[in-house]
Write a protein that binds this ligand. Structure first.
Ligand code: ADP
Ligand code: MG
Length: 700
């Protein structure tokens, strides 16, 4: 499909090589990049004022005739001022433009011009504009009459500066480009969908997005809510979803090495390892997973569940099914502590089985590592638990059948792919404790199937969260003492900010000493942080798990997964420094046992608005999905996932939060359209225009 919009800007008449290079540098390579991008905002410059009614401080549009114009030298050497006097029926006004002598070729006496800007009162000179936006409407020198103004006297689009290309230049260029578009523009949106949704055609949508018609609601424009804007957003979402669906269907065409078979022997084997009854949510999730594993196509599934929902056992049972089918399993966790904890849990549960399991992290000895690698290769190790060390090149398997990835959002998409590449299209189960809002699950993970465990295992008591200013620390210590006297344990969490790791570490160490010596001399205090050697970490963590350490001062290394049921109080220092989802994850460390528990968020006043909103959210709800939605709203999707890990598309005009409704509609339409088989032109369009941008390289 040849498309005028995909023309490189470099070849567009009137865009010099220097400007083209500058635009390319900021990612505006083609006419499409340029036109399918919304202005930063819109300004209403349509209301023309009588010059005689102008007041200082006012921002106004005036239309008048040029009375005098010329360049004036000033006392400052090399500084020249272009001066203009414009007059309408009600009087004159002055405009000055520092160092823009070229304007004398633009403003000829007698020309009709429009000016827009802020007004100042300059004593005897009267009212004055400095550097107003301007446009010549009629010039007697060339007799030309402009049919449309661009920069003032209308609703004007304001663009983000692109390299050396000013908003004004962009406006001029975009206006010209739109003028050169053919009346019938190839439209990637299927006609039937466009008609059913009553969307304006593509050319009109582009034109009215950049140069809105007179009377368009400025509020709607700035909220990207006009029909023209909505049509372009819908187009973007539709194409994106179509790409995802196509990619997913491609994958669905792949065959895995070997599908599992489930029989009574395997069911019995699973029952034997199970230490409790599964919740309904766990049962459903497990059924969905095992059904996938029995299919010839590889599984690609996301298992979502709040902290403590019991995802590990579900993954372990899936692993057992794979192993009973003589397939190997790789279980990847984001941190060593967590990998070790999984390793211990799994080893305990599989104690009586004949399966051999091993752990592979960055800190095992070279000789042990060699052994493990050899046994993975020969197939005598059936399940390996590890960190990203599992994704290293040296790691190979005899027959890898299942990859389980815990806490997905910590890993890059790349690591997921690398690990998967170590088998012949193995099944992949991704687990996350960060409940992902539906909108984002559809976008970031649009190619994954999703299972959700909503309820927590029975017997959990509700947990209370309170936020307290630093100055009320004494109350908090009294609460801690009460818990400790009752035989419970306490976490004290310190933030570790990367930039100042040393400083923060010193603070955490000092806090541990202070608690040990001055506040709780009769209790045992431990310290855990990322700088400790692995065996030291293990020693501390297992001492805390055994109850030998009563108070554990820790940096956020305990954030994910660590499980000590007797810990009932968590004190978070400098809670204002943590993100919302992170705080929610943290507090999930307590409230895992049969005792009621509390999380105290200690903060350093004054709190900013965002900080206050975060703490309020935590105090008012324990629902992880609710938290996730609020976090998303507070931070935006990029931050939500952290830029490095973000699998999110860079959307040009759509906004995942603002337009999530439209995204869901676009997904429905895309599914329906691809099912009708009328997909061919759409696929061509996707592969030529969208493949690299959205990482949909396999499309087309
Ligand atoms: P998460 O989903 O956060 O990874 P875990 O898998 O670590 O949660 O489970 C949290 C705790 O709940 C563990 O101690 C686990 O043994 C326990 N648990 C999980 N499922 C059940 C269940 N169905 N009944 C009772 N306890 C359970
Ligand atoms: Mg977990």
């Amino acid at each position: 499909m040849s498309d005028v919009l995909s023309t490189s800007l470099q070849y567009v008449k009137g865009v010099g090589p220097r400007r083209a290079a500058d635009l390319a540098r900021v990612g505006l390579l083609t006419v499409e990049d340029f036109l399918l991008r919304f202005p930063l905002r819109y300004e209403n410059r349509a209301d023309v004022r009588a010059i005689g009614s102008l007041r200082p401080g006012q921002v106004a549009t005036v239309i008048g005739d040029v009375v005098t114009s010329g360049v004036r030298t000033t006392r400052r050497p090399g500084f020249r001022l272009f001066e203009l006097v414009v007059k309408d029926a009600s009087g004159p006004v002055r405009a000055v433009f520092p160092n823009q002598s070229f304007l004398r070729d633009i403003f000829h006496p007698g020309a009709r011009v429009v000016l827009y800007g802020a007004l100042e009162f300059r004593g005897s000179s009267g009212m004055q504009f400095t550097n107003p936006d301007y446009e010549v409407l009629h010039d007697p020198a060339d007799g030309e009459e402009r049919d449309e103004s661009i920069h003032a006297g209308r609703i004007v689009p304001i663009y983000e500066k692109a390299g050396s290309v000013t908003p004004r230049m962009q406006r001029t260029l975009i206006h010209r480009l739109i003028g050169e578009l053919p009346p019938e523009l190839a439209d990637p949106l299927p006609e039937a969908i466009r008609v059913a949704r009553q969307l304006p055609d593509r050319r009109r949508a582009i034109a009215e997005t950049h140069f809105p018609a007179e009377g368009t609601d400025i509020g709607a424009l700035n909220a990207s809510g006009t029909p023209a804007q909505q049509r372009l957003i819908f187009e973007e979402f539709f194409l994106f979803q179509a790409g995802l669906i196509v990619r997913k269907r491609r994958h669905a065409g792949e065959k895995k090495g070997r599908a599992v078979v489930v029989d009574d022997r395997i069911r019995e084997s699973a029952r034997r390892v199970l230490p409790f009854r599964l919740t309904n949510g766990q049962k459903t999730a497990l059924r969905e997973i095992v059904t996938d594993m029995q299919r010839p196509e590889p599984m690609n599934r996301l298992l979502q569940g709040d902290v403590g929902a019991g995802k590990t056992i579900v993954a372990l049972l899936a692993a057992l099914v794979a192993m009973e089918n003589r397939l190997q399993v790789a279980f990847m966790a984001p941190t060593e502590i967590l990998a070790d904890q999984h390793y211990l849990t799994i080893r305990r549960l599989l104690d009586k089985s004949s399966f051999r399991i091993a752990s592979l992290t960055g800190s095992i000895t070279a000789s042990r590592r060699k052994e493990v690698l050899a046994e993975l290769k020969s197939g005598t190790i059936h399940l390996v638990v590890g960190t990203h060390a599992l994704a290293e090149q040296a790691v190979g398997f005899h027959e890898l059948g299942l990859v389980v990835i815990d806490e997905q959002h910590r890993f890059g998409v790349l690591q997921r792919a690398t690990l998967r590449g170590k088998g012949a299209n193995p099944d992949v189960l991704v687990m996350t404790a960060t409940p992902i809002p539906r909108t984002l699950a559809l976008t970031a993970y649009g190619d994954l199937d999703v299972s959700v465990i909503r309820e927590l295992p029975p017997g959990r008591l509700p947990m209370t969260t309170v936020a307290k200013a630093e100055s009320r620390r004494d109350e908090v210590y009294r609460l801690a003492r009460k818990e400790l006297d009752a035989g419970r344990q306490v976490y004290v969490i310190y933030p570790l900010v990367e930039d100042s790791e040393k400083v923060d570490l010193r603070a955490a160490t000092a806090m541990a000493d202070h608690l040990r010596v001055e506040v709780f001399p009769e209790f045992s205090v431990g310290l855990l942080h990322g700088r400790l050697k692995q065996d030291e970490k293990d020693r501390v963590m297992s001492a805390f798990a055994r109850g030998d350490i009563h108070i554990l001062v820790s940096t956020t290394v305990v954030e994910v997964g660590v499980d000590v049921a007797n810990a009932t109080l968590m004190i978070v220092e400098h809670a204002e420094r943590f993100g919302l989802s992170q705080l929610h994850q943290l507090r999930g460390r307590v409230g895992r046992g049969a005792h009621a528990s509390t999380c105290v968020l200690l903060y350093q006043p004054p709190l900013g608005d965002a900080g206050k909103a975060r703490l309020d959210a935590l105090v008012s709800t324990t629902d992880g999905f609710d938290i996730a939605e609020r976090d998303l709203a507070l931070r935006g999707p990029g931050d939500f996932f952290g830029t490095r890990q973000s699998g999110l598309p860079t959307l040009r005009v759509g906004d995942l939060m603002r337009d999530h409704q439209l995204m869901e509609e676009a997904r429905r339409d895309a599914v329906a359209w691809l099912d009708t088989g009328g997909a061919e032109p759409l696929l061509k369009y996707l592969s030529s225009n969208w493949a690299t941008r959205f990482g949909l390289v396999e499309v087309g």
